[in-house]
Design a protein around this ligand. Structure first.
Ligand SMILES: O=S(=O)([O-])[S-]
Length: 122
């Protein structure tokens, strides 16, 4: 029998590295409306209604990254995946809010960099 492995809580930076891999199952457990508005690329929207189908069908050795709004509800889902013997389960600390915030900060840095370069040319 496959041993149960606890899920891990990870920060945005680690989640970004993980999400860039091809073999990761990314799961968004926010409501459909929030998911449709924005989500991490390649993420699937999962709720209590389709959770069982995913738990039954996904390979147990596939890494799973789960996020919600702020990183609390995702831990309950992550626990379920661990209970079903998924071997690599991650819950994003700070949830989509943290992910989105880091995107905004990265864009601000790019804009500042561009401004400085432009000023240096003048
Ligand atoms: O509020 S939540 O982050 O648990 S979805």
């Amino acid at each position: 029998m496959i041993p149960r492995k606890d899920f891990q809580r990870i920060n945005v930076q680690t989640a970004r590295e993980l999400a860039s891999r091809d073999d990761v199952l990314i799961i968004d457990v926010r409501d459909v409306k929030a998911y449709k508005k924005q989500h991490i690329p390649e993420a699937r929207n999962v709720s209590i209604n389709n959770l069982a189908a995913i738990l039954d069908s996904a390979p147990r050795d596939m890494p799973v990254l789960i996020y919600c709004y702020r990183g609390y509800a995702s831990q309950d889902y992550a626990r379920a995946f661990s209970d079903f013997r998924f071997q690599e389960v991650y819950s994003l600390d700070g949830g989509y809010d943290a992910w989105h915030q880091s995107e905004i900060e990265a864009q601000d840095l790019d804009a500042q960099d561009l401004t400085l370069k432009t000023m240096a040319l003048v």
